[in-house]
Ligand binder design. Structure first.
Ligand code: G3P
Ligand code: CA
Length: 337
């Protein structure tokens, strides 16, 4: 009987995918941003309560060298900076966070993302939180880490952080070493090793190498690094046969657009899964694609609905985690498996 159980267990282990459902993760993209304005502490606490395993922070710097949690290097798309500081735009008409002190940024209202149409602010996603309702702020990186770590204490959970260094070349051109400051803050808050609950991400390969080879040794930590991939053209060598193994010298995983995992032009019941995940896994890299949205019109035509889209990626393409604006839906989906 014992021999049968051992053989059964061995077969189960062999037949299991690289990561089982219990190991797959949900990353709250800019928080529970499907429900509350992106990158506000309110959106982050909602994501936490919804069961996300990791919560994302996009990071940019202020004029006084503070790290704030903001997706764009400009404040235009998600705050009322145009109303509070109308004469502070650059010649291109944009309001750059790096031209403002933290004290100034603290006076701004953070909003649901919008664009201007005929002088009117129109939400990027119709169904999302109303613009101008309630009262939200742009948080610092430290404030957000403290909230997540505080919740880890009060709930007994261990939710991780997933910071992205935004436009490091732009920051360097403006005289700011953003990556060094981010890595210093990680160390200050105890994220020091590969076993720490953090993935540090960037779209900039040169910066990734700099972090790995110079910044980590000089600050004295080494955490997991994720190379973001928006398309096949920025770094074509990564998509060549030995690209993933070369990338694995500097990265622990990739964060591709999910259109690089499943061909966007696939037809329903004839989904074309690319070889990206298999090649990344062969090189020992984790795969966390972005961004899974349940808004009307956001589901590719090859998927029946949001849950089917998750199923195709988590279990047919075998990704290790997903970035989503709707962490509750992804957590419930994994729990149902
Ligand atoms: O960092 C993963 C994903 O967030 C990348 O896209 O533009 O939302 O930062 P973006
Ligand atoms: Ca990001």
């Amino acid at each position: 009987m014992r021999a049968i159980r051992i053989v059964t267990a061995l077969f189960t282990a062999i037949l299991m995918p690289l990561t089982s459902y219990a190991q797959k993760i949900v990353i709250a993209h800019r928080g529970a941003s499907g429900y509350l304005p992106e990158h506000t502490l309110e959106a982050k606490s909602m994501a936490y309560a919804q069961g996300a395993h990791y919560i994302e922070q996009d990071l940019v710097m202020t004029s006084d060298d503070e790290l704030i949690v903001l997706h764009d290097v400009t404040l235009d798309r998600t705050t009322d900076v145009d109303e509070k500081f109308p004469d502070r735009a650059r010649d291109d008409g944009r309001y750059y966070a790096i031209d403002f002190t933290l004290a100034e940024i603290r006076t701004l209202n953070a909003n649901e993302a919008f664009r201007i149409e005929n002088g009117i602010k129109v939400k990027e996603f119709d169904n999302r939180f109303p613009i101008g309702m309630s009262d939200f702020r742009v948080p610092t990186f430290q404030e957000e880490i403290e909230m997540i770590q505080g919740l880890n204490t009060s709930t007994g959970r261990d939710v991780g952080i997933y910071p992205e260094i935004k436009q490091p070349a732009f920051h360097r051109q403006e005289g700011k070493e953003i990556s060094t400051r981010v890595v210093e803050v990680l160390k200050e808050y105890g994220y020091t090793g590969k076993d720490s609950k953090v993935f540090l991400q960037t779209f900039d390969y040169d910066e990734l190498v700099l972090i790995q080879e110079e910044i980590f040794p000089s600050v004295g930590i080494e955490v997991n690094l994720i190379m973001l991939l928006g398309n096949r053209t920025d770094y074509p060598w990564i998509f060549e046969s030995d690209g993933m193994s070369k990338l694995a010298n500097s990265a622990d995983g990739i964060g591709p657009s999910y259109n690089l995992v499943v061909d966007r032009e696939s037809e329903m019941l004839a989904t074309r899964i690319t070889d990206l995940v298999a090649r990344a896994h062969d090189a020992g890299l984790a795969v966390h694609p972005y961004t899974f949205r349940a808004d009307p019109g956001a589901i590719p035509t090859y998927a029946l609905d949001f849950e089917n889209l998750l199923d195709i990626h988590y279990f047919r393409a075998d990704v290790d985690g997903v970035f989503t604006d709707f962490p509750d839906r992804a957590v419930q989906f994994l729990q149902s498996k």
